[in-house]
Design a protein around this ligand. Structure first.
Ligand code: MN
Ligand code: MN
Length: 461
């Protein structure tokens, strides 16, 4: 055996049990009691082993044209944080430029990522310019290992109308794909932003008026209706933040539609009180959608617990405070939205979800690893601990105390949004395909270990 992990407590989405794990090359080849030590052996002394988390919503090396801003976090620093937080695969969003094909988008994004990643990475393609040839190309994308697409109902990403959304959903369904959706009513958000701006209400705390829960609920309801009309096309709502959107998902699922939804750690942990802080603080927490009031936060935990929400993903989008976020202190229209969380997501959910009793340890693994792997064509190769699966494994010390700060986390940006949060339980070893990539916050491999993921066509959960 190349590698053995012995005396660990294995935790999957369904089971918790003591066993040793044997690994040859990239794969798990044996799970049994009392395996003899391999050529490399880790005696874990009862620590936990979980499948590496799969973050299906990141924006590394992002560029936001309206602000002419580049994210300080690229695929090197982004996947460094991922490995340190127990994430062994990311699926980032490759944006199509008008006039380009979807294959062009993947190739442009792979140019940013190739030889830069510590862990495996894949891409969803954002459909911005749904010309007839692009709609036809969607079947080739699925064939080539890119079975997930993205559409924005916000303005500024192709300004897709209902006809365009319907066509994209229909072509995705026929191709064997799934469409992920940023669901907010773009016209309302635009109208209300202009209203605020003209009235001189430009401080960051005004933003929630422009992006109300109703705009999210309406758009979520509408995309689910369109997906139903498009022959029950699989649809996945990203970063769901509000009660009305959650209700729309619940009703869609109850009526038999292939509707799935993700939330972010921020919407589970932080609320709109952050916008009442001084503007120089509030800008650090500006997200799209914005943080909601406490009743929404509690509803999301419940949705996660009972399965109305199937995944948690970071939507990691990182901007410096100095020179980027701070431009919004007196004018929210100059402030790039986004928060880094790929590294802290797993440990935050463990402390504030599992240890508080809101979700079980197995649900924690399910929403961070198994469900994202299943929905995005990576299961059973990834997302679980099984013979034949990739040895993407994280050793977790459930007793380790960590107080989050800029010095502890590994982002390239100049602040840590969860500064001062006290956590119990933290990843200490991360293995990617049988290779130790992270030990106690130190990277053990060079960038380039991570490989481009080709994923399978959509199958329902
Ligand atoms: Mn979004
Ligand atoms: Mn996003």
């Amino acid at each position: 055996m190349d590698l053995t992990l012995r005396n660990g407590l294995i935790i999957t989405a369904t089971d918790t049990f003591r066993a040793d794990i044997g690994i040859e090359g990239d794969r798990i080849v044996e799970i049994a009691a009392n395996l003899p030590p391999g050529r490399t052996d880790f005696d874990l002394g009862g620590k936990w082993i979980v499948p590496g988390f799969i973050d299906v919503h990141t924006h590394f090396d992002a560029y936001l044209a309206p602000y002419a801003m580049h994210s300080p976090d690229d695929f090197e620093s982004g996947t460094r944080q991922a490995a340190c937080g127990g994430v062994t695969s990311v699926v980032d969003y490759a944006f199509q430029s008008t006039g380009d094909t979807l294959h062009d988008a993947v190739s442009q994004w792979d140019d940013k990522a190739r030889e830069r990643c510590y862990i495996d990475y894949g891409f969803h393609t954002v459909v911005v310019d749904p010309r007839a040839d692009v709609l036809a190309e969607m079947a080739d994308m699925v064939q080539d290992g890119y079975p997930s697409f993205k559409v924005f109902m916000m303005r500024g990403f192709g300004d897709l109308n209902d006809r365009a959304l319907y066509e994209i959903l229909k072509h995705s369904k026929n191709a064997g794909g799934i469409v992920t959706v940023h669901a907010e009513n773009g016209d309302i958000v635009q109208a209300r932003s202009e209203e605020l701006f003209k009235a001189g209400r430009r401080a960051p705390h005004e933003v929630p008026y422009a992006m109300p829960p109703e705009a999210e609920g309406e758009a979520t309801q509408r995309i689910i209706t369109l997906a139903g009309l498009a022959d029950n096309a699989p649809v996945y709502i990203v970063h769901l933040s509000s009660i009305s959107a959650l209700e729309a998902v619940r009703i869609g699922r109850q009526s038999g539609q292939q509707v799935y939804a993700e939330t972010r750690p921020t919407y589970l942990l932080l609320d709109d009180n952050y916008y009442a802080k001084p503007a120089a603080e509030a800008v650090r927490y500006m997200a799209s959608p914005p943080f909601r009031s406490r009743d929404h936060v509690e509803a999301l935990w419940n949705g996660l617990r009972i399965g109305d929400l199937q995944t948690v993903a970071s939507d990691h989008t990182a901007w410096n405070f100095h020179g980027q976020k701070e431009l919004g202190i007196n004018d929210f229209t100059r402030m790039p939205p986004g928060i880094p969380a790929v590294e802290t997501m797993g440990p935050l959910l463990f402390t504030f979800g599992v240890q508080t009793g809101r979700i079980t340890i197995n649900k924690w693994v399910e929403v961070l690893a198994t469900n994202p792997a299943k929905l995005f064509g990576l299961h059973p190769r990834k997302g679980t601990i099984a013979v034949g699966a990739d040895a993407d494994l994280v050793v977790y010390d459930p007793k380790r105390s960590v107080t989050l700060s800029k010095d502890v986390t590994h982002s390239a940006v100049d602040y840590e949004p969860y500064d001062g949060f006290e956590l119990t339980g933290y990843p200490i070893l991360t293995f990617s395909r049988g290779t130790l990539v992270m030990k106690n916050g130190e990277l053990m491999v060079q960038p380039g270990h991570g490989q481009l993921l080709r994923r399978n066509r959509f199958t329902s959960l």
